[in-house]
Design a protein around this ligand. Sequence first.
Ligand code: NDP
Length: 451
Amino acid sequence: MAVTDHVDLPTFMEGVKKRNAHQPEFVQAVQEVAEDIFDFMQDKEEYHAQQILRRIAEPDRVVSFRVCWEDDNGNVRVQRGWRVQNNNAIGPYKGGIRFHPSVTESVLKFLAFEQTFKNALTGLPMGGGKGGSNFNPKGKSVREIMRFCQSFMTELYRHIGADVDVPAGDIGVGAREIGFMFGQYKRITNNFTGVLTGKGLEWGGSLIRTEATGYGAVYFLANMLATKSEDLNGKTAVISGSGNVATHAAEKIVQLGGKVVTLSDSGGYIYDPDGINQEKIDWVKSHKTHRRGRIEEYVDAFPGASFHAGKTPWGVPCDVALPCATQNELLGDDARLLITNGCKAVSEGANMPTDLDGVHVFKAAKILYAPGKASNAGGVAVSGLEMSQNSERRSWKEEELQQMLKDIMLGIHKSCLAYGDQGGGYVDYVKGANIAGFKKVADAMLAFGVV
Ligand code: NDP
């Protein structure tokens, strides 16, 4: 007779910590999910018997490889590359590629784990993966970036495929890098196929993919506010980051009548009391993307603003906050400060920007708080739609895609309500997202037996 192993949450987490020593980001992500899932699984014997959570928290595989390239001075440089394929129970692995010096196996394992639930929430058939390198694109020439991307793909190509694993962009990887990687994939395999998303419109990309994550995070925010009969009109928003997600979140807030007063990068944040309107957002997009500039130069272009070196923007009073830079950028004290200053809603554009302490603070205060796996799923959702368009060999119209994005974000919101409604007008969106995402993947895994 089979013996079912009903460990409790602390024992489960002890095991996760032991098996993943020195991987704090991964352990943190598993803990956040496990806190909700243990509750949900209490009366679900099959999930226990089949060790479903234990299996989801163990990647299908982690591929680690060396990436050699030559810089402009002829020096040989050596970086590390990874692809974490976490779970493909509901579709091919799917998740971005990150190029940043802070990338480690732990960071990519946490991102691939989160991605598994996020992708399930979109309702599209996509499993969870993530990849990247500790390569720092800052200060590199375009030729150096091209050579790095080609070398990275020279190894990665053997692990991916349109029905196997479909990477996309993330921090440090935009349309330019996807172009270099797709070019190399095509050269090696002689195969023009939808193996990457975030492609250029001329060669298989989808309309609104660039905007989708930021726009989606604001649609989710608007959906949350609507449960309190409120909207974004006249609300003050504090946003961190100044990359793809942050600038498009800012754009959608402005379109919906809100006022954005901050943006940031790893050097600090800018505060613009007059509001960062569309013209200023366009300036930031061009400054960061084409000129590869720093956010502190904003104050030279718009003298009404101030720059705060080495600081995050969470002390600026606001109605709504959108952390859109990176993981663990909003800590417990920041969360307390936001609440003291009257913040009513937080929608995460980045992945796991709030640390566990901060998550507990938001939950205890019962504010509207959306975890990234729910609120930033718009990007991967449109990536999923890009895959469908590639398979069909056609391109859908912008209005169709805009509507699909809105519908998907509304669907995710509904799933969160279904599992996160705590009564008394409080919705625990973290719990809702964790359980809804988990259940879909877990049920598929049950169907496959022990594999
Ligand atoms: P970008 O590379 O376009 O921008 C990243 C921004 O975050 C930059 O402003 C960057 O500043 C800042 N940043 C990066 N690292 C740090 C750090 N350690 N401390 C402070 N600021 C930092 O990336 P994206 O906008 O695409 O991604 C932002 C977040 O959104 C990430 O968490 C990503 O995983 C998540 N996300 C992105 C999706 C997408 O579609 N792009 C989809 C879903 C989630 P600097 O220029 O100084 O480095």
